[in-house]
Design a protein around this ligand. Structure first.
Ligand code: XMP
Length: 510
């Protein structure tokens, strides 16, 4: 299968470039800019993309690559800083611009024989740079310019080196996909081979070869990643895969049973359901510190998982739902390294459990995992569900966790999600949940004075969970939610709405 390596010089758009290339049907991966040439040679990429980055090629400690990169016979496309670096290393001249160009620019097409074939003259492109190329290196031509940038596109058709000063990967660039298609399909003539269907076949074959007749276990979390992992492994080894789904007593109302049915009956997974609610609640008795709650829950998961695994007998492999954003190598701006972040969805199993790891989703972005889930027959509602934290409702119950407080939160949560779905805004939100406070307030219901719990409604919008905005919900909707919770959940008499974004808040309360 063909492959493109994106060398990361620290641009905020590096992941986006990689995804756009994959959308075209070409597999691409991010490598740190200072990856060794021998490593690149081993990868045998069909092309190398030099990403953008915040630096100047003349800067002290500027991120660079060896000139030999251009002697490997591999086509190169430089984007923004990548274009400047290519110009600089191949004998051109880069100068600091009088005017920083940021935002839209209109692209004047000077030559349509290569990268700009079929590109509209005067089309809008997205710029974000200070320095610019003043003189192109020998062998290149300028095929596009803007009013502030004499070299917006340069090409050396013979050696297959190309550079664009703008960002074809962002939506603001008109015909952005066309630039990339021209490069991969018209110029390099790569066949689009990266498809989810072929991914399934390839992975299943790989897993089958590696696992053979041995037993393999996988912890199901209730999320998409661990489920898709299990379905792939199951395709390869059938019932030699044993899944473990632990009920910690801190899931949504009815969730454990519903998912067990889905896993077993609909998806025919070989899954052991473990009811460990009493054990978790016993450990958490009297604990109020958020960090302590999280640590205890993490430890308990491992202990119970180990106990269950031990019951199965001889197991050699562990499947984990690690995905690509978890393994992308370090951000070069903060100091590159060849080490890969280790990530443990099951909370970091102790090293004495000497499993060999199988991580079939390591190469995939979240939206690719969702596409795969769909191909594998997973319910749409399950695929599009909101994220749910590993420690579950424990981080939404401020103060002590008791069975009564869990019941109260579960019931309020059902009502909230129901109303959000009815209002048609579930998919607009990153998360919608209820938080139970360790506070009681005075109220009046009928003619009676009440003294009951306060809950918080939290609705947030976000792209990746790193930052988030509180959602300006309609008063009518909030009023419906409030009325229903107070009327239907015994023990709650007051509802408040959380209007804190992240930062300064976090999404969860603990
Ligand atoms: P915070 O509260 O840090 O949450 O703004 C960001 C996103 O991460 C989710 N979250 C977790 N997910 N295990 C998880 O798998 C956890 O321990 C955990 N804590 C927070 C949170 O729901 C939000 O989407």
């Amino acid at each position: 299968m063909n492959k493109v390596v994106v060398l990361d010089f620290g641009s905020q758009y590096t992941q986006l470039i990689t995804r756009k290339i994959r959308e075209l049907g070409i597999f691409s991966e991010i490598f740190p800019y200072n990856s060794s040439l021998s490593r690149l040679k081993r990868e045998k990429p069909d092309a190398i993309i030099l990403s953008g980055g915040p630096q100047s090629v003349y800067g002290k400690d500027a991120h660079s690559v060896s000139k030999e990169l251009f002697e490997m016979g591999i086509p190169v496309l430089g984007i923004c800083y990548g274009l400047q670096l290519m110009a600089y290393l191949l004998g051109g001249k880069v100068i600091p611009s009088q005017k920083r160009e940021y935002g839209f620019a209109s692209l004047k097409v000077l030559d349509r024989k290569g990268l700009l074939s079929g590109i509209k003259d005067g089309g809008q492109v997205w710029m974000s740079h200070g320095d610019r190329v003043e003189r192109i290196p020998p062998g290149f031509i300028v095929s596009g310019k803007t009013s502030h940038c004499g070299v917006a596109v340069m090409e050396d058709q013979k050696r297959k080196f190309f550079g664009v000063q703008f960002h074809p990967e962002v939506v603001h660039t008109m015909q952005g996909k066309k630039f990339l298609s021209n490069f991969f399909f018209s110029i390099l003539k790569l066949p689009p081979e990266w498809k989810m269907g072929s991914f399934i076949e390839r992975k299943v074959e790989e897993i089958r070869k590696e696992v053979g007749k041995e037993k393999i276990i996988c912890g199901l979390s209730g999320g998409v990643d661990s489920l898709v992992t299990s379905l792939l492994v199951q395709k390869a080894v059938q019932d030699n895969l044993i899944c473990i789904y632990i009920d910690n007593g801190l899931l949504r109302k009815g969730q454990h049973q519903e998912l067990m049915d889905e896993f077993k009956k609909k998806l025919a997974l070989n899954v052991i359901g473990v009811d460990a609610a009493q054990q978790f609640l016993g450990e958490l008795k009297g604990v109020v510190s958020p960090e302590r709650k999280r640590k205890l829950i993490g430890k308990m998961f491992i202990r119970i998982f180990e106990e269950e695994a031990a019951k199965i007998g001889e197991v050699s492999f562990l499947a984990q739902g690690t995905i690509y954003p978890d393994v992308i190598e370090s951000n070069p701006v903060q100091g590159p390294s060849d080490s890969i972040k280790s990530h443990h969805n099951v909370g970091g199993l102790p090293s004495r459990m000497r499993f060999k790891l199988i991580e079939p989703l390591r190469e995939l972005f979240k939206d690719e995992v969702r596409a795969l889930a769909s191909e594998l027959g997973v319910d749409r509602d399950f695929i599009l569900q909101h994220p749910f934290p590993g420690p579950g409702l424990a981080v939404r119950i401020v103060g002590e966790i008791t069975p009564e407080r869990i019941r109260l939160l579960q019931e309020a949560d059902v009502i909230l999600v129901d109303e959000i779905k009815k209002a048609g805004i579930y998919q607009k939100l990153w998360q919608a949940f209820v938080v139970l406070l360790p506070v009681k307030s005075v109220g009046v219901m009928g003619d009676r004075r009440t003294y009951q719990s306060v809950v918080v409604i939290r609705l947030v919008q976000s792209v990746d969970g790193m930052t988030a905005d509180w959602f300006p919900a309609e008063a009518k909707l909030l009023s419906r939610i409030s009325n229903r919770i107070v009327n239907e959940v015994e023990g709650v008499n007051r509802i408040v709405y959380d209007i804190t974004s992240k930062p300064p808040g976090t999404i969860e309360w603990e």
